[in-house]
Write a protein that binds this ligand. Sequence first.
Ligand SMILES: [Zn+2]
Length: 483
Amino acid sequence: MSFELEHTDISPESRVDRFGVVLAREMFNRNAIEKRAQELIENSEDIKNSEIENEIYNNAATGLFEKITAAGHLSHIEFEGDQEEIHEATIKRLLNGRLENTPDWENHRNFAEICEELTVYETFKKIKTGELPADTMIVTHSNLPDENVDEEEKIHVGYRTLNAKGMLRTYSFNQNENGEWVRILEQVSRSNSDDNSTRDWFNSHASAVPITSTGALSEQVIVSSKRLPNGVVSLVEELDGPDRLYGESEAELIENNRPDYSVLREVSAERENTLGVYINEINQYDTELKQKQEIGEISYAVRLNKFDKKINEINMRILLLAPQYTKDTYGKASVQNIEAASIAFYQGDHLLAQRELEQGHRVRNKKASVGCGGSGKADSDSDFDIDSKINPFEQAVEKASEDKEDWKWSKGVCQVKSCSSRPGQTEVGPCSVCKNCQKKFDAGEDPTKEADYTPSEGREKSGGLMVFLSNVTVEGKNLKKAA
Ligand SMILES: [Zn+2]
């Protein structure tokens, strides 16, 4: 191939700047990286658990948004402090993810992630010494596994097969005002990641093409930010091409109402801010679990399992207040019940809310559920970790009443079509309803049933409700423009 011949006399480091895309294996000795990863796994018994600053909080946020968003969410995490310690703690976390009941194919993916982390750190060292430009990024395509195993097993391990959810991520490094290095990890979720988009991208831009999902996970790409000016957002845009948004076709994207690329960072940050109280609660809970783990009361696998169940409980409380997350969290079949539960909840009919919530939970699509990376689900089949004497749905309604008081209001368009504040922006609550309309709900009325209400397009009728359709998306910007 002429491609390779053209570049043979230029070092990979200078090619990053000149050509934008270089495979990590062209720059680093892949065999050495794999050997190192193997050694780490073999010696993992001796490696004690240690945490990165804010790791529990970041895990809480990631765990929650993994479950309530299926595509079109961007998480942005900054790691400040000694970069070597951050690297070591990341390796330890990955080694901890190799649980007794983890299937081999998932352990292969974990191995690829350990190699990824080693590659990230090697790249950082070159950035630090100036061998690579400061704007260098490391790119990973983490798509739905395509191993020939039962779908059940993939779901069990924690993959969302319903929309073939995958993640694209980039790592970059900045120096703060004190000259200290900061690692920045950005990840975007997308649908239909098992299509050919990753293969096509490598085909057009790189000198080798991975043919499997785990192969792609093993193939880091070193890029200049000149090549991907908006980082991971530019990457997902390239993989989408002209007709898709976060991997979703036009029909899907009208129904799902994902934010446009231009507002993805803003919308995602706003979501995380709005749901901050829940992230704090999960953080607090996991901190207690960590203490129990440290004194040997529970194993790491049990901790993951309990963490997972806590998020399931919190999901229900969020859905009562913000049912626009239902389709991503439970799948389409639950939307009607959860919206009815939410309306009943806001109107103060807690018994009806509980009944609709339970029904919505019962009809949920299991393929929509995800764990958090080897969540140790085999330990128990129950979704919730609460006393069997307490009805989890009753408890969710009760707690959601408390949550309602803490909810942060933010700027947005009221989703009640008959609302006089529309189409302008105003202060909106959890389900993107303004304070005026909220008062009507609180008084037991249903403003969605007012005279000039018309159901929104592209969406099946669900109990005559159209509230809750949108997220905090800025209206008019949430559909991709025709290319
Ligand atoms: Zn309103």
